[in-house]
Design a protein around this ligand. Structure first.
Ligand SMILES: [Zn+2]
Length: 247
């Protein structure tokens, strides 16, 4: 199936601005590791970045056993500090390579490629205003989007998540990667199947769960997990103003 070419905006809820400081690393695991704990580096970002990019190196693993290969590169906008491009890219690839991810059904394989290599789409981590430039329509400065071959993750959501998500920031990050890449693979929006059920990954979970529970995966227990086509008419929050002044 050919991917849709229309930009897909992601209305969300909440909003907020001002200073924020969130560790660049995941919360400490339950089982403590040897050695002193590493001091987390806060991620900061201006409302508008430089519009230039750092590109991650390729990943050695091609995810999936069969199906069409989709190669992607990962870029982080300059001006975002406290997050190495390869660290972000590895979080993205860990999600896309997960056995609960889009490669599970045998239709797709995924591989992250490095600078100068051919690619099918790009995953950007962008500041709120650059996100608007890349996304085209629905310049809300808040949500993430997919526009053609651009999968655009808003750094504000990467850092802060969304209010009332009911799951960890790591789960939200997995969700937003799988959701936007799902658009690139041709999937549209879906609805909550029922109260207390996991939200389909193609539900707009950033805007509200609508009585579903947070879920970041397109496959559950080895089976495709999806809802009926459709989307909710939730309000769009105010743009994020960033957490640091441009350097
Ligand atoms: Zn969407």
């Amino acid at each position: 199936m050919a991917p849709r070419d229309v930009p897909v905006a992601e209305p969300g809820q909440g909003g907020g601005s001002g200073s924020v400081s969130v560790p660049a690393t995941s919360p400490a695991p339950a089982v403590s590791q040897a050695g002193p704990p590493r001091e987390p580096v806060p991620i900061s970002y201006p409302a508008e970045g430089e519009g230039t990019w750092r590109t991650a190196v390729g990943h050695p693993v091609t995810a999936g056993e069969r199906g069409t290969l989709r190669r992607y590169r990962v870029l982080v906008e300059k001006g975002i500090t406290g997050l190495e491009v390869n660290e972000f890219a590895d979080t993205v690839s860990e999600t896309l390579n997960d056995p609960r991810g889009w490669t599970a059904g045998g239709r797709w394989r995924m591989r992250r490629v490095g600078p100068g290599q051919p690619y099918d789409f790009t995953i950007y981590l962008a500041t709120p205003e650059t996100r608007d430039v890349l996304c085209g329509v629905a310049r809300d400065g808040y949500t993430s989007c997919r526009n053609g071959d651009a999968v655009v993750i808003n750094v504000a959501r990467w850092v802060k998540g969304v209010p009332d998500y009911g799951a960890s920031l790591s789960v939200y990050r997995q969700y937003v990667v799988n959701h936007e890449v799902g658009h690139r693979l041709g999937h549209g929006h879906e609805l909550c199947p029922g109260k207390g059920q996991p939200a389909p990954v193609m539900q707009q979970q950033s805007l509200g769960l609508h009585r579903c529970t947070a879920n970041s995966w397109p496959y559950r227990d080895g089976e495709r997990y999806a809802g009926a086509s459709g989307q909710y008419n939730d309000p769009t929050p105010p743009p994020d103003r960033g957490s640091a002044k441009p350097t």
